[in-house]
Design a protein around this ligand. Structure first.
Ligand code: GLC
Length: 481
């Protein structure tokens, strides 16, 4: 099958969050399946252009029309990708190549990604690559299914489009004038993109794509409710017939306690007791916690953003520290009120709380390895990857049963049997505290049960092999329609 994947970020070239991780592993997993030909299209950001590790050659260049604008686009092929995926970058200095700084958040993001989406479709034409399936991701490439229908239908009449939602919070809103000024689509597409007199490109993709997916089954259902959908609930409920959830995997090659170069001791499911003990002692030392083997170490690696459930953690942190023998370690940056909360907590409980307000992938790995309990009380979570990383390193998750957290962490009983972690159902601090206490009770009073749980966590297959097959199944379904 010929598959074209389009996204605004993809590791290792450029990554701001989970989308970047998925765009590293999913194309690769699809390319490993016999008979697939996979191309990945990304913007040629300055950070990629300036990086000597990513040598490219120009395949061709062409003009892209956006309303009255004619903009240059260079099509660059990456020379050194080894896994069968052909990576192309869309080059344009004005929109991407000459802009330093973060990849999102410019005043003209709407125009930049409209350009990118249209350039991707043009590029396929110049390459004479007629895909069976186009898979595009989040609002930045949401215009692809709309443009395809409006302008490229003759060339790609057999091509099916899948639009994948990684986070419904960011929908690509623009003022109503954007429709004529930048998109200049035929008038009959106005309804598809219009929401309350403004343009919403994610809505356009949901209506125009042949299939809409999101990154877990539970989130696919949640998206049809106002609490989760940030205004798109009725649009998504109308699209229920073509809405599916596929739970992400993680990169089990990178996240592997047997080989991870960042951690001080290597271990697997049979040797984790000694391996994790060595990692824990080194970690406590590194971040300034008391080096105590039998004090449970509660950890969290996260953006310090409200929807990650930090308000609940702030509410229960002191109770936990007063009532339980435990240590807390947080790694991440984000909203100032959370940064200062954890800094103050660390000052108040020296040796028991450590706040690492920074972004550090090596330390993140050492935390997955050295922690005992991983906290993830997110208010909502499309999929979530770090709970899977934690389990792979034998760290027991305590999660709010929502979205992908609910799908990847089935609840264990109080003896640590049957599930993979501890969960709470309703989003409030007391329920979170109660599930933390159940987990701590197991750690203190039934260490064998706790270790059974760690063992089962480490034995799960979180690789991309299974999700990649699910994507293939849906691709085949689309082609039969
Ligand atoms: C977004 C979601 C996260 C998901 C990731 C990859 O970052 O917030 O839950 O795991 O995308 O799909």
């Amino acid at each position: 099958m010929r598959i074209a994947i389009m996204a605004s970020e993809g590791a290792p070239y450029i990554k701001s969050g989970g989308l970047g991780d998925v765009m590293e592993a999913l194309p690769s997993a699809l390319a490993r399946i016999d008979g697939n030909e996979v191309v990945l299209l990304l913007p040629y950001y300055k950070k990629i252009k300036d990086n000597p590790a990513y040598a490219t050659e120009q395949v061709c260049h062409f003009d892209v029309t956006l309303g009255w604008r004619q903009q240059y686009a260079g099509l660059m092929r990456l020379k050194n990708r080894q896994d069968g995926v052909t990576v192309y970058f869309i080059d344009n200095d004005y929109y991407f190549g000459a802009r330093p700084g973060p990849i999102y958040g410019d005043f003209d993001d709407g125009e930049r990604f409209a350009f990118f989406s249209r350039a991707c479709l043009e590029a396929l034409g110049y390459l004479a690559f007629i895909p069976d399936v186009i898979q595009c991701n989040d609002w930045q490439t949401a215009l692809v299914p709309v443009f395809l229908k409006a302008w490229y239908y003759d060339r790609f009449s057999q091509t099916r489009t899948m639009f994948t939602i990684h986070n419904v919070e960011y929908q690509g809103w623009a003022h109503g004038g954007f429709f004529d000024d930048v998109l200049a689509l035929p008038w009959e597409y106005r309804g598809c993109l219009d929401m309350h007199g403004q343009v919403n490109v994610m809505k356009g993709a949901i209506e125009a794509a042949h299939m809409v997916t999101t990154v877990s089954e539970t989130y696919a259902r949640e998206l049809m409710y106002p609490y989760y959908a940030h205004g798109l609930d009725s649009i998504l409920a109308n699209a229920a017939w073509k809405l599916r959830g596929i739970t992400n995997g993680i990169d089990v090659g990178t996240f592997n306690p047997e080989t991870d170069p960042h951690i001080p001791a290597h271990y697997n499911a049979d040797s984790f007791v000694t391996g994790k003990a060595a990692c824990k002692a080194a970690l406590q030392q590194e971040v300034g916690l008391n080096v105590e083997a039998d004090t449970p170490l509660l950890v969290m690696v996260t953006r310090l953003a409200g929807h990650k459930g930090l308000d609940l953690l702030c509410y229960i942190a002191r109770k936990l520290l007063w009532e339980e023998n435990c240590q807390i370690l947080i790694l991440g940056t984000g909203e100032p009120q959370f940064e200062s909360f954890f800094r103050e907590l660390a000052a108040e409980f020296p040796g028991r709380v450590s706040a690492q307000i920074t972004f550090n992938l090596g330390l993140a790995a050492r935390i997955y390895a050295g922690g005992d309990i991983y906290m993830m009380p997110s208010r909502s979570e499309p999929c979530g990857l770090s709970q899977m990383n934690a389990m792979r390193y034998g760290t027991v998750p305590v999660v709010h049963a929502t979205g992908g957290l609910r799908d990847t962490v089935p609840p264990a009983d109080e003896n640590g049997q049957n599930g993979l972690g501890f969960t709470f159902q309703s989003y409030n601090g007391d329920d979170f505290l109660a599930s933390m206490k159940r987990c701590l009770h197991l750690y203190h009073y039934n260490r064998d049960g706790f270790r059974d749980l760690q063992y089962r966590d480490m034995c799960q297959d979180f690789s991309w092999n299974i999700p990649a097959l699910r994507y293939m199944e849906l691709f085949h379904q689309m082609l039969q329609r």
